[in-house]
Write a protein of this length. Sequence first.
Length: 135
Amino acid sequence: IYLKWVNQNLLVRLEIENWQKMKEDLYKLELEFDSKMKQLKKKEESLEEDLSYFLQQTDLLKEEVYRMAEGELPAEVHTYFFQMDENSERFRRDVFEQLDQIQEERSKLKWEYDNEIDAFYKHQKKLESEAKKNQ
């Protein structure tokens, strides 16, 4: 009877230790996921700020040229304005492509995280069923 009691105590202690280890592993996994998601968010915000700044500075430059010319612009200035608009549009497309890539990274990260969590719980269930079989 004493050996049975000791054996049960050991099993309970092992289950508690396994549970604590599982919680620690899940916490580490969650921290890593959160950190990567925050990095992606910062990258996204930085791109949006850069785009806004670039477009704002381009508009300010155009306004300054108009103001200095007092409405009488030489023909070649319109060519420069057209090129500025083209550059703005190209930059906007590049930023949106990068934002799309960030969204894809975010989706992939979420998918990988979900798969890791699923695999983790499957492994824990397997360990629990093996422990029950050994009792």
